[in-house]
Design a protein around this ligand. Structure first.
Ligand SMILES: [Zn+2]
Length: 408
């Protein structure tokens, strides 16, 4: 079974980057003990013996290393949507997109590309897509995120300008195309839909077939820690990506993917870094012979809320530290695959003063970057509700930390 995306021969000349990353991690006091001297990164077999890095480990390393780009500005981006201060990932201007563009060119000079990833709030995808569009030499409309009542006017504008390409997270794209379909707006010029940030949604295909029948999907997979790891084309399944040659993907025996950067410019010390995604390496049906990665979804407590990761366990732990709260549970309600509301149910201890749910709501909303960013246009969609009992599964009797509901 293939466990690395590169063959030992293809990886060998690039492993000096992994060795340097290992040395950098050894300088981090909190992590040094994980990397005793007998461990190394001079071959793929040796690399597989290294302990995987979790998000918190990487953030610990970055706080100590504070990397800086050699030949450009250093950009700080939000890395994950945990509670507390935003965790930070670093990238140089250009966001490593030269390497992506060398292998993947969804856009060309004839395109009019609508960048619908939200800009600001230390969010990376908008800038990364802008860098790719820049390399493509196309025309760019830097739209960013828009409020619900603005979709109609913008769709009319994009139709009149004959936009040929749009990019965003699938849940945001879903809003665009569901709105267009409901309003009877067609975008016959649209041929390319770029996406990144969460899994592709089958409902998008249905809306696209009506609104923009010429449009095909072009996907990127990555994170603020790894940046773009792999890409796919309309000929590949939506959950299969072809890793770039300077991104080494490893499928662990327990089915988790981890990533090691082989790009000497990379600022984040990405060495067997686990994003929490499960997956496997397999051949893609498009015919490219080298191993591609199939992404099978999250295995940790992080759930995608409008393209951002919400750590359910962390949110609950924070609520349960509140006086008067015995237990808490997160209910995520989705409409057409998009997060409509996030509700935190709180069970009171019944002793002392009852929890102040309105103050708790405000505190959690402000402190949880995923919530304040995802719901910036509809803050009322995050609620804290006192309950007499949490939602439990009648069959198993278990009370899960996260309950997902689909509303039509
Ligand atoms: Zn493929």
């Amino acid at each position: 079974m293939t466990v690395f995306s590169l063959s030992p021969e293809a990886a060998a000349p690039r492993l000096s980057v992994a060795r340097r990353t290992l040395e950098r991690l050894r300088t981090v006091p909190a992590l040094a003990a994980r990397y005793p001297d007998h461990l190394g990164a001079e071959s793929l077999d040796r690399l597989a013996e290294l302990p995987p890095l979790a998000k918190n480990d990487l953030n610990t390393a970055l706080a100590h290393l504070e990397p800086a780009a050699e030949r450009s500005a250093t950009w700080l981006f939000q890395s994950g949507g945990s509670t507390g201060a935003p965790k930070v990932g670093y990238a140089p201007t250009g966001f490593y997109m030269t390497g992506v563009h060398a292998h993947w060119q969804p856009l060309d000079r004839t395109d009019l590309f609508v960048n619908a990833w939200g800009a600001g709030r230390m969010w990376g995808a908008h800038f990364l897509a802008a860098a790719l569009a820049d390399l493509s030499g196309c025309r760019i409309i830097a739209l960013g995120s828009v409020a619900k009542e603005e979709y109609g006017d913008w769709l009319g504008f994009l139709g009149a300008r004959r936009a040929t390409a749009i990019g965003g997270t699938p849940s945001v794209l879903r809003l665009w195309f569901a709105h267009a379909r409901a309003a009877g707006i067609e975008l016959p010029s649209l041929r390319k839909v770029l996406w990144l940030g969460e899994a592709w949604q089958a409902q998008l295909e249905e809306d696209l077939a009506v609104v923009a029948p010429q449009a095909r999907r072009w996907g990127m997979f990555g994170s603020t820690e790894t940046w773009v790891v792999g890409t796919n084309t309309p000929h590949c399944p939506a959950d299969v990506f072809h890793p770039l040659p300077d991104q080494l993907v490893h499928a662990d025996a327990d089915g988790l993917l981890d990533f090691t950067t082989l790009n000497p410019e990379m600022l984040n010390p990405v060495l067997r870094y686990r994003t929490g995604d499960a997956g496997e390496l397999a051949r893609c049906r498009c015919g490219r012979p080298e191993p591609a990665m199939r992404v099978l979804g999250r295995r940790d407590s992080v759930v995608q809320v409008r393209g951002l990761g919400l750590d359910v366990d962390e949110l609950i732990a924070r609520a349960e530290r509140e006086p008067g709260v015995a237990r808490a549970q997160v209910v995520l309600t989705e409409q057409g695959g998009r997060a409509a509301t996030v509700e935190l149910l709180v069970l009171s201890t019944g002793a002392g003063t009852a929890p102040d749910v309105e103050r708790l709501r405000k505190e959690l909303f402000t402190a949880t970057f995923t919530l304040s960013t995802a719901f910036q246009h509809d803050p009322g969609s995050f609620r804290v509700r006192p309950v007499d009992e949490l939602v439990s599964n009648g069959r198993t009797g278990k009370t899960a930390a996260l309950v997902r509901r689909e509303e039509s």
